[in-house]
Write a protein that binds this ligand. Structure first.
Ligand code: NI
Length: 391
């Protein structure tokens, strides 16, 4: 079966590159993937895959029907949205839309999803169960997965697989990660309320800027002194607003930031931990405060058995020297985690770096580029993993 899948993928390669270039040159922002979705639905239908459009607003669901001798249902999720970035690659198939670019490789993900669906539909009589393809919108804004799930795409799904391109891994190789793959990403807002006064007479006021400075410093120091150093935690205040004039003591400061953590236990304790620090500092100087901790996407926890499935399939397909078991997770965020609240799953990293280039630009860079040979690597890895899922 591996040889058959590889042959099918090799034959499809020129078409898949065409598909990828089409999607790349017509990028659409999160939640606006109308043309991409219509294009995806067209390719799926043309290949005999049962399609539903308008799922999760601008998402598409395709289903390849197996022989039904096994009730397990495998889902394969790919994302379709682009970013508000002006492309600077000079490629002939560069974005034709000003200020919008597929700089996170979701054009490759969509293509790999389509290629996998095309191959599995050709070997459907060898699949005991069904494979559901989830073409998700709005991953970059972290809302697309929940739109899809609200439209019940996870009903009956027993496992879910996905991928993300990775420029620092060479094309032709894949990265497998067991356990934590990405971090939980939460939003933090702290409002500190003091009392205004003359800059020359600070003792008659409550200086919200000075207190905010202490809150920021203490939070960073407290990570080092009160959080388990073996459980990563990053707290970045990226926005600070307050004050009216140089000679008026500010009565209010608003801080906004992002909090990234890997361990569910660390995350559970964060709102109380932050509030305690803010509260103690504010109490010292008579300020009032408000802490708004908004949970965002949880971290992706790869299922061990499914990571093993991906690793075995990839090793059989490409040899063990082209399969890297990644020692570290990333503190980035990925809304694939929301599907994992409904079924176990695993995401692998697809190497897209050019072997002979000194610099492979990172994700979200205006010159981000991929070695397109990785598309076949991704398609074979996923299609063969799907086949092996029931073996
Ligand atoms: Ni991405």
């Amino acid at each position: 079966m591996l040889t058959r899948i590889k042959d099918l993928a090799t034959k499809l390669a020129p078409r898949l590159i065409e598909i990828r270039r089409h999607i790349h040159s017509h990028p659409e922002l999160s939640g606006e993937e109308y043309q991409t979705a219509a294009f995806v639905a067209g390719v799926l239908s043309a290949n005999g895959v049962h399609v539903q459009e308008g799922i999760g607003k601008t998402g598409v669901v395709g289903e390849v029907q197996g022989t039904n001798s096994d009730s397990r249902l495998l889902a394969i999720r790919t994302d379709m949205d682009a970013l508000p970035i002006q492309e600077r690659t000079n490629l002939e198939y560069a974005s034709r839309k000003a200020g919008i670019m597929h700089a996170c490789g979701h054009d490759v993900h969509t293509t790999v999803g389509l290629g996998t669906a095309m191959i599995l539909s050709q070997i459907a009589d060898e699949l005991p169960g069904n494979v559901r393809f989830l073409f998700q919108p709005a991953e970059e804004t972290a809302v697309g997965a929940s739109w899809m799930i609200q439209d019940r795409v996870m009903e009956e799904v027993t496992s879910v697989l996905s991928l993300h391109v990775f420029p620092s891994i060479e094309a032709g190789s894949v990265g497998i990660r067991y356990g934590a793959l990405t971090a939980a990403a939460d939003d933090l807002e702290i409002i500190i309320v003091g009392e205004s006064g003359h800059g020359a007479r600070p003792h008659e006021a409550i200086d919200a800027i000075w207190i905010a400075a202490q809150v920021i410093t203490t939070l960073q120091q407290a990570i080092s002194r009160t959080q388990n150093p073996l459980r990563p935690l990053v707290l970045s205040i990226g926005q600070i607003n307050g004050g009216r004039a140089p000679n008026i003591i500010a009565d209010q400061v608003k801080l906004r930031g992002t909090v990234r953590s890997l361990h569910p236990e660390t995350r559970t304790n964060l709102p109380a931990w932050i509030t305690q620090i803010v509260s103690n500092i504010c109490d010292c100087y008579g300020a009032r405060y408000q802490v708004n901790y908004r949970p965002g996407t949880p971290g992706v926890q790869n299922d061990l058995a499914l990571s093993q499935l991906l690793q075995t399939a990839a090793e059989e397909a490409w040899g063990s020297d082209r399969v890297l078991v990644l020692p570290e997770p990333s503190l980035g965020a990925e809304d694939f985690s929301l599907y994992l609240e409904h079924a176990p799953g695993a995401m692998f990293r697809l190497g897209v770096g050019y072997k002979d280039r000194a610099v492979n630009h990172p994700l979200h860079h205006p010159q981000f580029d991929v070695d397109e040979s990785a598309i076949v690597t991704g398609v074979v890895t996923l299609a063969y993993s799907a086949y092996k899922y029931w073996q």
